[in-house]
Design a protein around this ligand. Structure first.
Ligand code: SF4
Ligand code: SF4
Length: 561
């Protein structure tokens, strides 16, 4: 009996353009002359390099370790020499640079020792650590570190494996399911055991009949249900796929695990299998090379392979006017091909005017409501557009802007050709920046207040110590023994006493000197005058005696006349 499906709201059916690239086996390409490996290969914190320029490394050797909770390791995709760790272009619409490890291959492909991991007995936490150390992240586009999705191992109701691959042009998952179905099913069985999932559902759009058949064959008697889904974009969105397969709605702000469901992309499951069963870190991925190229197809490329090497391999046409990283709905225009391939790089589309005619200029919104009809998140895209355009970002948030999965279905049907998703991305970026600034200001304010409290407490403690009425400070609260200055008394120190005597003698000498001329200053003359008094009296007596003798001589002379 076939499973009852639960269609999600909206969705579109754009031209698939999958036949361009899904008709040939997964290929490979020669070793490039250098690999440029961004340290930011996933959502969260970039990895921290543990090699330096000049180091020689083996294939699979760890180049950078996880930094923080949401992070993952990075490994050497081949053996060779590290020639630089410096800012380089990365696949991003901004064209900004990120710190990258630049590796020159030696052509010898010498591996580190690879050891299978005993996931059956290791316990869920140890398995999570191993996947983190092996650099396994989501390969469906988002790049969320896989180890964070394992949970506590308490068990879930349903494990959903995402093989929908609903976006036009992209066929890497299709080829993976066709050519490596047995390994993929082995990975699904590992996840089923680790998560203790009761039901396992693999969703694949019905435009991939070969992949569905290959998986069904590989599953054999295993209790895994491979479900053919109606081809409708975006059935590969995690919430849309869960809804389709289980009927469960994952409300905004809720994780699927809270409803007993966990969802993994098929490429991620394959990488998990290689990491645990073969001890191989994530060093390569399958990437679709398509659009205006001579040799469209899929290749398994080493991470860090320059994008221009990939496009040369595919034979880009002369008329190419640009490149998309990802598909035409959720991908973005590449500013250049100088960057290296990343873990989330599932497709490169070469754009030509024939395949991608220039969009007509945007016209005013006519409130037709077509965008709301197709929105799989059941939003009102035209309202979000108006609020974003009017810079009323908080009102856009109130209208559930962050439930938008940026699928582009609204813009696809808009008769006014408004680039709606650009407005939503801009509004989200503004809100994230405002939130980050608010958090930083809040942190600064709380730190300032804490400092003020510390200063006031210290000031009060000092004031209490100085107060004569202060209670004795308990020994336990004394910060340190207080060293008091020596007690001050009125008695001069011996040295001071000697100095005073010298000064007094000098003053007396000065007074004696001054006694012959000018009078000494009153304040300082007093002790000198006291000591000089006997000298003055003696002199006066001598003067008076001389005057008496002179009077006697005059009296004698007068009596003789
Ligand atoms: S589809 Fe375009 S024109 Fe119509 S309501 Fe939405 S934004 Fe406006
Ligand atoms: S891009 Fe956002 S608003 Fe537009 S249809 Fe998709 S989910 Fe809805």
């Amino acid at each position: 009996m076939s499973r009852i499906l639960h269609p999600f709201h909206g969705g579109i059916r754009p031209p698939e353009h999958k036949r361009h690239s899904n008709g040939s086996r997964i290929g490979s390409l020669p070793l490039p002359s250098q690999l440029v490996l961004s340290l930011r290969q996933h959502i969260g914190q970039p990895a921290r390099p543990i090699v330096v320029p000049g180091d020689t490394v083996l294939k699979g050797q760890t180049l950078a370790v996880p930094e923080g909770r949401i992070s993952s390791a990075l490994h050497a995709p081949t053996s060779g020499r590290i020639v630089a760790i410096e800012p380089r272009s990365v696949p991003h619409p901004s064209g900004l640079t990120e710190l990258c490890v630049v590796l020159v291959p030696d052509g010898q492909e010498r591996w580190v020792e690879r050891m299978p991991f005993d996931w059956r007995t290791a316990g869920i936490e140890a398995v999570a650590q191993q996947l983190c150390a092996m650099g396994v992240v989501g390969l469906g586009g988002a790049g969320f570190p896989t180890h964070l999705k394992l949970g506590s191992g308490r068990g879930i109701e349903t494990l959903v494996i995402n093989g929908a691959e609903c976006e036009p042009y992209i066929t890497c998952d299709d080829r993976l399911m066709r050519e490596r179905a047995a390994d993929l099913v082995a990975g699904i069985q590992i996840l089923r055991t680790l998560l203790r999932a009761q039901t396992v559902l693999v969703g694949v759009e019905d435009n991939k009949p070969e992949a569905i058949e290959a998986l069904q064959l590989a599953c054999g008697g295993a209790d895994i249900e491979v479900v053919a889904l109606p081809t409708r974009y975006p059935s590969g969105g995690a919430k849309q796929l869960i809804r389709l397969l289980t009927g469960l709605e994952v409300p905004a702000g809720t994780r699927a695990t809270e409803l007993g469901v966990q969802c993994f992309n098929v490429g991620t499951v394959y990488a998990l299998y290689r990491a645990l069963e073969h001890g191989e870190p994530l060093i390569s991925r399958i990437v679709t090379l398509t659009g205006a190229v001579a040799r469209p197809g899929n290749v398994e490329a080493l991470l860090g392979t320059p994008l221009d090497a990939l496009m040369q391999h595919a034979g880009a046409d002369d008329g190419v006017e640009g490149y998309l990283y990802g598909g035409p709905m959720m991908g973005f225009a590449l500013p250049s091909l100088a960057a290296g391939l990343t873990k989330s790089g599932n497709c490169i589309v070469a754009k030509s005017p024939a395949l991608f005619p220039p969009a007509p200029p945007p016209m005013p919104c006519i409130r037709c409501g077509d965008c709301a009809q197709v929105c799989p998140a059941e939003l009102q895209p035209m309202d979000l557009y108006w609020f974003a355009r009017a810079r009323q970002f908080d009102r856009a948030r109130e209208r559930h802007l962050f439930d938008c999965i940026e699928c582009g279905a609204c813009a696809y049907v808009c008769p006014s050709h408004i680039p709606l998703v650009d407005y939503y991305r801009h509004a989200k970026a503004e809100l994230w920046a405002a939130d980050a600034a608010g958090q930083a200001a809040d942190l600064a304010r709380r730190r300032h207040q804490a400092r003020q409290r510390r200063l006031e407490a210290a000031q009060q403690a000092r004031a209490e110590r100085r107060s004569p009425h202060a209670a004795p400070v308990p020994a336990v609260t004394s910060p340190a023994p207080v060293v008091l200055p020596p007690p001050q008394t009125d008695a001069p120190a011996p040295l001071d006493e000697k100095q005073a005597r010298i000064a007094a003698a000098l003053a007396r000498a000065a007074a004696r000197r001054d006694g012959a001329g000018q009078p000494p200053a009153a304040a300082s003359a007093q002790p000198v005058a006291d000591e000089a008094q006997p000298v003055a009296d003696e002199k006066q007596a001598r003067i008076e005696a001389a005057m008496a003798r002179a009077a006697q001589r005059r009296a004698a002379q007068e009596s003789r006349r």
